[in-house]
Ligand binder design. Sequence first.
Ligand SMILES: Cc1ncc(COP(=O)(O)O)c(C=O)c1O
Length: 528
Amino acid sequence: MRHTLVPDPATPKPSPDGGSSRLGRVVLMGSPARVFVPDQLTRAAADFAARFPEFDPDGALERLRATEYSRLDDHDQVYLDYTGGGQHAVSQVDAHVELLRSRVLGNPHSANPTSLATTELVERARAYVGEYFNAPHDDYLCVFTPNASGALRLVGESYPFSPGGRFALTFDNHNSVNGIREFARRGGAEVTYVPVVAPELRLDRSAMTAALRAADREQHNLLAFPAQSNFSGIQHPLDLVDEAHDLGWDVLVDMAAFAPTNRVDIAAVRPDFAAFSFYKLFGFPTGVGCLLVRRDRVAALARPWFAGGTITISSVQGDGHYLHDDEAGFEDGTIDYLSIPGVEIGLRHVASIGIDVVHARVACLTAWLLDALGSLRHRNGRPLVQVFGPTSTDARGGTVSFIVRDPDGRPFDDRRVEELANRENISLRTGCFCNPGAGEIAHGLSADEMRAFFGRDEAVSFLALRGEMLERYDLLVAAIRVSVGIASNFTDVYRFMCFMQSFVDRTTDEVGRAEFSAANCRIVRDSA
Ligand SMILES: Cc1ncc(COP(=O)(O)O)c(C=O)c1O
């Protein structure tokens, strides 16, 4: 894989021309150099509005931000981690609190009045999820789960992986999809990763077709891919589902990063399984996701155990059990019944704005951001930013991953960038985003290089991996990610660009290294 990025593994130092290096090919973006400084926000906002008149033509976003999301500005926060988690509107919380204040609700697994009241709310929410994602009740089950990972695990543990069958997945899956390979291997199925190709990190469609054609259609074969990568923002073509079906595969689509800013039309795409986390769409409540399962595929899933709530009857002495043949068969124990009504509230909130409106706004901000990042140059003409993924808005969402380089092409310590962003109240992400495959391709890492980290007696931390990569290959394996969403406005991305501007013409030595606690890479000590 590295060969698409790195001409010669024996030359680990960045090449002097900055064009290509062991650190990856620099994506040259053609925009003229621009300056982003706080006191030009008003003018820049006017330019933006002129360039993207569809962004907020009637001021609806401005009003929304001032009413529903005013805490962002009250706390002077630039929130750019919508792929990590969405933001909730105040009215969602109000509606939820009102529900909790006014209703008497009990555990739903019963027929008493408070239990029935809960059941009604849960089933309303379930029906609305189906309506929102256009997954007709007659065709799809909607199983509530704790999150997208819970939904993905349900498929992994229940899918009839067996010798002769296959599990294929794209390189750029989240770890919660990668983990399904452990179930596949345990069942004796063959696991195939289909590459994405640098620098855009788009799917290698011919490799995908070859992988799909290799299957024995008499066996159980499962394909999994993200509708949108949480690393690069790439949106894989959803017609893959039809292609895979035609070649005898079942398809699991990970919708976690796609659904917050794109219309999901399950009836049109017809996946066998689709996984979601609701907090990514509307921030609150956390702790609820769902798995949509095509009804005609339910019988193919064999749950490895049973639990309270999932069975019609079970017996100790009779040593048997019957699983429910609907959603209940997949919902272990007591569902999060006080949170689930908040899913309907949240989805109705998004619907009241309009997912297509959210999509269009995010597309405008992303287009501007990509262009702005590409326009930043050091005085010597070298680009400041290398984007991992497409630099156009074609088939991509509002997630942008990148590294920042000094005038000599050396990457700044991503955690240091995060630390400095923290001082500006900018929430961005660094690391690998639980998406190791996309990162490996973006950084040009080979299977041999990665295998060297496994099979050791002691678990290797991400920090240790970073350290070894830096030492051995002078390679910084990390990225910075920003993502925009439902409440993002121009000020957010402009302030972020002012922050980015501050790295122009600075060296890695000047910017320095992050002061992280060695024990926990997620704890950032502010060295200010
Ligand atoms: C594409 C994708 N899939 C799955 C997940 C897992 O979601 P959760 O942590 O809510 O289970 C995420 C989370 O970031 C994601 O972005």
